[in-house]
Design a protein around this ligand. Structure first.
Ligand code: PLP
Length: 461
């Protein structure tokens, strides 16, 4: 392959990349981008099939977004939100209050999704400690199996993905662990029809036992992204909302991945008319331009923090760059584009188009499921389709598929053996077809090339 940096020596890597084995790093250096396409320093063009890690909405170098940042730059790039504010950030807060579900009304700004979750964890805790009728014993959380809420220590504690979280177990707190509400791997004897009931009952049993010690249930609504696009049975979110009310536990919805049109509605919660007590937003908030995240609370949560100054009830949390005006300016511009167009209405049709083009793959004996909502698509490769058996991780199949795709002009990143397709929402029909076609051919080539090894592993040879 044509290396843009032929003299790259891993031992000299000045830039230590996340989730990347630096001894085996094949650097791909991007010089520029426009629309849904990235251009490398050696002039190759790659389709951005995962929206630069799930955050790009309108494509790269969108003139309206570029202009919004330039305009804000002529006023001020950054001020603190500790004790002062900036008009642009105030406007964004009001805008988020308007568009987020129900009576969510108070926006706390941070810089990345993990921090938005971290703020939610502390907010829920502090709420129960100091509300009018305090419940100081409510100090734990219920999180779902295979959850992913970020990489800071608190958000990792909530997480339930083996590779990301088990390693750090000695330094984490231990939430109550709920089921993985998966519609692909259903428990024995449970059909798709009964899945909502089943998972809701599992969650209810845990709430019955632990509600007195629980500050909040935390979940990714509808689709658990990093777990491999685990798609929940419709109606589950609504049931969890009811259960949280019944057992007096706050509901924290982490829409860092699902927010801003990804699932075909502005927020995933909108599909089931659910208002969480605390909503976490990130990734798509600035259209994929600048780091910004938000934790949005309902009035009853916020009100518990109001008191005379001497009472020391203010939220004890804050970030240097929280509410950054440049990020706020581009977030406002991105929301205008999103809300004043039919873009979100097209997401379902685009997702359907992508999935139907991929459906040829369902004949393949090693394709287990094609799932997701809207423009969140996961294709799971399995060694035995009937039993949903995964491939041996040592085969690194997902990685091989994505290498093939890269050779064919598409940038995608797998989650184990789940191939993730998450293009910018503005991707055209032609681009979606191309993405699907490259995914299909890359999956076929990769499966063919490991065919013998895989068969040997399956038969225990
Ligand atoms: C990506 C993600 C996060 C973490 O966001 P960062 O900006 O990477 O810190 C949290 N929750 C969910 C659901 C995510 O997909």
């Amino acid at each position: 392959m044509n290396h843009p940096m032929p003299d790259f020596e891993p031992t000299q890597a000045a830039h230590w990349h996340g989730f990347t084995q630096m001894s085996d790093f094949d650097p791909l250096v991007i010089q520029s981008a426009d629309g849904c396409w990235l251009t490398t320093v050696d002039g190759r063009r790659l389709f951005d099939g995962v929206s630069s890690l799930w955050c790009n909405v309108h494509g790269h170098r969108h003139p309206v977004l570029d202009a919004a940042i330039r305009e804000q730059l002529d006023r001020v790039a950054h001020i603190t939100t500790l004790g002062m504010c900036c008009e642009t950030t105030e406007r964004l807060a009001r805008r988020l209050v308007e568009i987020t579900p129900g009576d969510l009304a108070h926006v706390f700004f941070s810089c990345d999704g993990s921090s938005a979750v971290e703020a939610a964890i502390k907010m829920a805790f502090q709420y129960w400690q100091q509300r009018d009728d305090p419940r100081p014993q409510k100090t734990n959380y219920l999180a779902l199996g295979a959850a992913y809420h970020g990489d800071t220590t608190g958000s990792v504690s909530l997480g339930g993905i083996k590779y990301f979280h088990q390693l750090f177990a000695p330094i984490l707190f231990s939430p109550i662990r709920g089921p993985i509400p998966c519609t692909y791997r259903l428990p024995p004897g449970v059909g798709l029809d009964g899945a909502v009931e089943y998972y809701a009952n599992e969650i209810e049993l845990l709430l019955k036992e632990h509600h007195a010690s629980l500050a909040a249930v935390v979940m990714e609504p509808l689709v658990q992204g990093a777990a491999g696009m685990i798609t929940h049975p419709p109606g589950l979110l609504h049931r969890v909302r009811q259960l949280c009310d019944q057992y007096e536990v706050l509901l924290i919805c982490d829409e860092v991945a699902t927010g801003f049109g990804r699932t075909g509605r502005l927020f995933a919660c909108d599909h089931e008319s659910v208002t969480p007590d605390i909503l976490c937003l990130g990734k798509g908030l600035t259209g994929g331009y600048l780091p910004m995240a938000a934790t949005v609370a309902r009035p009853h949560v916020f009100d518990a923090f109001l008191a005379p100054v001497q009472a020391s009830k203010q939220f004890f949390h804050g970030h240097t760059y929280g509410g950054n005006p440049l990020a706020a300016a581009v977030a406002l511009a991105s929301l205008d584009l999103l809300c004043n167009s039919s873009l979100i209405d097209q997401v379902n049709a685009k997702g359907d188009r992508l999935r139907s083009r991929l459906s040829d793959l369902m004949d393949h004996p090693h394709v287990g499921s094609i799932r997701g909502r809207g423009l969140m698509v996961g294709i799971e490769l399995v060694s035995e389709r009937d039993r949903h058996t995964p491939f041996d991780p040592a085969l690194q199949l997902g990685r091989h598929v994505c290498q093939r795709a890269r050779e064919n002009g598409v940038w995608i990143r797998p989650l184990s053996d789940v191939i993730i397709l998450m293009p910018p929402l503005v991707a055209s029909d032609e681009e979606l077809d191309m993405l699907a076609d490259v995914a299909i051919s890359s999956i076929q080539t990769a499966l063919d090339s490991i065919g013998d090894t895989a068969d040997a592993l399956v038969t225990g040879g």
